[in-house]
Every structure is written in structure tokens, then in C-alpha cells.
Design a protein around this ligand. Structure first.
Ligand SMILES: [Zn+2]
Length: 402
């Protein structure tokens, strides 16, 4: 029984390993020899310090089930004579070499079948399945010794040679990943995503394209992967704990949010991503997961949507009122009076009575969610949006910071 554990191999090595196993098994199939199987013992993301995304690293066990059987005999070892001294190029996982009636590192290139000692490349150690008797048999005598099954015996030399190819430097643990990031764990991605959504609002890739905005996806990617100085990233690190906590909530709410969706490939993809705890940096997995965060934010805001918002005053009135900023996000880009491209923000305030005031402004940068002010404003319109009565205002002045 062959068994080997590869530790800390990277994604590239893992893919290569699977390719070699597949190739090996095609040959094994042809000669009716035992297949190689594998189990992933560990798959995790290794991160460099200060990085948010990382590289997959795997521990993988590769093994055959059972011994390679020839009639009443198991092949439990292979002695090679390619170097000056004999060495065991294969020994079954289930076999203890101390049970050998000879020293495999000193044994002459003999064959117990033809009784000759001569130059040999390799000999096989066979163990009788009935009585445990041990014999050494040369490659050329295998067929005579066992009889029958020529097909199997033809493949055996190659079989043991190829088992060794898994044991070379291609699969030594790598110090570094392969240049590009493989994955980001779901919690970190969610934390960065929620930070970006909080700061800039949820902006889908389509909306970004149509309104000339920067999408949530692009901003998240810039924070995760750009090696250059990034202000958003610095800001994220300052608030990391808060967003990690929110991210946990978002992941906990997954079923509540996603069960409401129709059964589409999108819904199934989301569920797959949720269950694997990390998000690969390929295909559109990251964008898909971010869209879930958008759904979650919507879910949360629906849960604590103001139900008792009423219109304030009459259109044209100038009002003074104490408010808290409940929402701030860029909705499109526009030009200022000097012809510079700037963001137009939607800002929402809530009064003590729970009434919602909406303001479209290019001064959104200066306000932050959760801040309280006394403002004066002119009522421009009364409008219902998503079932909420909103008082739309213009010419807002901050009279006092509360
Ligand atoms: Zn022989």
C-alpha cells in the first residue's frame, strides 16, 4: 500500500498533482493495477503579513487502497540497485521492514526464484498472503514465479517507477504562492465589502458602467490586492473590528436573505460560496459574493425601515429641525460650476419623530452617517419612495453640530 502526504503545497502544485494522479491512473487502469486516490487533509489560505488576500495551501494524502497483489503474493517492497548500494525505493505502508529476514540496505541482487545473484536494476519483495513467507524476486522472473496475468506484470516496473515521481522537488512545500492571489477568506472579503458599501453605497458593476461610477467590486479589489498606497485600505484597517463584526452578522443571516430568492443558478452559486468559507480570486466569485452583501444591506434596512415617516411642512417652507444622518451615498457624477467632475450624493436625515428628509447634494463628502445636526432647509417636494414618505429639501445649512 502506497501512501504519501504532501504538505503545504500551493494551488499550482495541487493542480499539477491531480493531473499526475489522473495520468498515473490511466496507466494503472490499462494494467489492472491499484489506482491512486487522494484526500485533502487541509486547505487553508496563507496570508503574508499586512495582506488581506492570500494563497491556498494544501496538505494532501495520496494513497492506494490495499496491496499490489500477484496471485497469493503481495508486493510489499521494491529494492533498487541503481546507486552503489541497494535501497528501498518502495515499501508498503502496512509493512514493517524490521520483519524482513535480511537487511534491505545490504542485500545482494539475488532472486529467490532463479537462485542467481547478478547485476539487477531492481528486485521485488513479495509476502505470501497465507503464511507470511518473504521472497525476493527479480523483475524478469516475476511472471514465471507468479504465472498467468501477463498484463499486470508488464506494467509493474513502470508502476513503481512512476509512484516515485510524486516524491520529487516539484511538490516540496513552497515558501511563496505563485505570484497572484488565490483567495480571500469569506469573513475578510465581507468585512472589506461592507466597509466599501457603507462608505460609497452599493454600486453594482452595471450601475457603475451606466452612470460612470466606481463599482463596489472595483473598490474592494483595490483594497484587497493593490500593493500601492490606498487610502480606503488604511481607513478599513482603522475600522476593521467593526466590519468584522458586521461581516459575521451578514454571514449568519445568509439563509434568511438567500431563501427569499428564486431558485436560479445565482442562488445556487451563492450557497456554494457560503459553504466553502473562502472565495477564490477567479471567475466572478468575488463579485457574486459582494452582491450578496448588497442583498444583506437591503435586508437589514428593510428590517429597520422607518414605518412612521410623515411629510414635514408645505412645499416652499423654510424649516429648522434636528436630525441624524442615516444614509449617504453617491448616486451619480455631475459637474460643478467650474466644470469639474464631482459626485452627487443622496443624503438622508431622520428627525426625532422618525420623519425622513432627503437631500441631493454635491457636499456629501462633508457629512457622515450617525452625525447629528440642527439644520435649516427649504422644502422642495413631498415624495413617496419604496413606501416611505420623504420630505425632499434643498439649500440645507448646518446651524449647529449636536
Ligand atoms: Zn530470477
Amino acid at each position: 500500500m502506497f501512501e504519501h502526504v504532501f504538505t503545504n503545497i500551493d494551488q499550482y502544485q495541487f493542480d499539477e498533482l491531480l493531473k499526475r494522479i489522473e495520468k498515473f491512473n490511466k496507466r494503472a487502469e490499462k494494467y489492472q493495477l491499484p489506482h491512486l486516490e487522494y484526500t485533502v487533509l487541509k486547505k487553508e489560505i496563507r496570508k503574508d503579513r499586512d495582506q488581506l488576500a492570500g494563497f491556498y495551501t494544501y496538505d494532501v494524502k495520496v494513497f492506494t487502497k490495499g496491496e499490489l497483489k500477484l496471485g497469493d503474493w503481495d508486493i510489499v517492497g521494491v529494492i533498487s540497485y541503481e546507486l552503489d548500494k541497494p535501497y528501498l525505493s518502495y515499501v508498503s505502508k502496512n509493512f514493517n521492514i524490521h520483519d524482513l529476514p535480511f537487511d534491505p540496505y545490504k542485500v545482494a541482487p539475488r532472486c529467490d526464484h532463479c537462485k542467481k545473484i547478478r547485476r539487477r536494476i531492481k528486485t521485488y519483495i513479495l509476502k505470501n498472503v497465507e503464511n507470511g513467507e518473504i521472497k525476493i524476486v527479480g523483475s524478469n522472473c516475476l511472471r514465471d514465479f507468479i504465472g498467468h496475468n501477463v498484463n499486470k506484470i508488464l506494467g509493474i516496473d513502470k508502476y513503481f517507477e512512476e509512484l516515485n515521481i510524486f516524491d520529487n522537488e516539484d511538490f516540496l512545500p513552497k515558501g511563496k504562492g505563485f505570484g497572484t492571489y488565490d483567495a480571500v477568506d469569506t469573513l475578510t472579503l465581507s468585512a472589506v465589502g461592507l466597509f466599501v458599501i457603507d462608505k460609497y453605497g452599493w454600486i453594482s458593476i452595471t450601475k457603475a458602467r451606466n452612470y460612470d461610477l466606481t463599482s463596489t467590486f472595483d473598490r474592494v479589489i483595490a483594497i484587497l490586492f493593490s500593493l500601492a498606497q490606498n487610502d480606503d485600505r488604511d481607513e478599513f484597517y482603522q475600522h476593521q473590528d467593526k466590519y468584522q463584526t458586521l461581516a459575521k452578522l451578514a454571514i449568519e443571516d445568509f439563509d434568511d436573505v438567500v431563501n427569499k430568492l428564486n431558485d436560479t443558478p445565482y442562488k445556487r452559486n451563492l450557497s456554494v460560496l457560503k459553504n466553502q468559507h473562502d472565495i477564490p480570486v477567479k471567475g466572478n466569485y468575488i463579485a457574486t459574493w459582494l452582491s450578496y452583501l448588497g442583498l444583506w444591506k437591503q435586508h437589514v434596512s428593510e428590517k429597520d425601515r422607518p414605518k412612521n415617516s410623515e411629510y414635514i411642512g408645505n412645499i416652499g417652507d423654510r424649516i429648522r429641525v434636528e436630525v441624524v444622518v442615516t444614509e449617504k451615498r453617491p448616486v451619480k457624477t455631475t459637474y460643478d460650476r467650474f466644470g469639474n467632475l464631482i459626485d452627487l450624493y443622496l443624503v438622508q436625515f431622520k428627525t426625532d419623530e422618525g420623519n425622513i428628509i432627503t437631500w441631493f447634494t454635491t457636499a456629501g463628502e462633508k457629512l457622515d452617517k450617525g452625525e447629528k445636526y440642527k439644520i435649516s432647509a427649504t422644502i422642495k417636494d413631498h415624495k413617496e419612495y419604496k413606501g416611505i414618505k420623504q420630505t425632499v429639501v434643498k439649500n440645507v445649512r448646518i446651524l449647529e453640530y449636536l
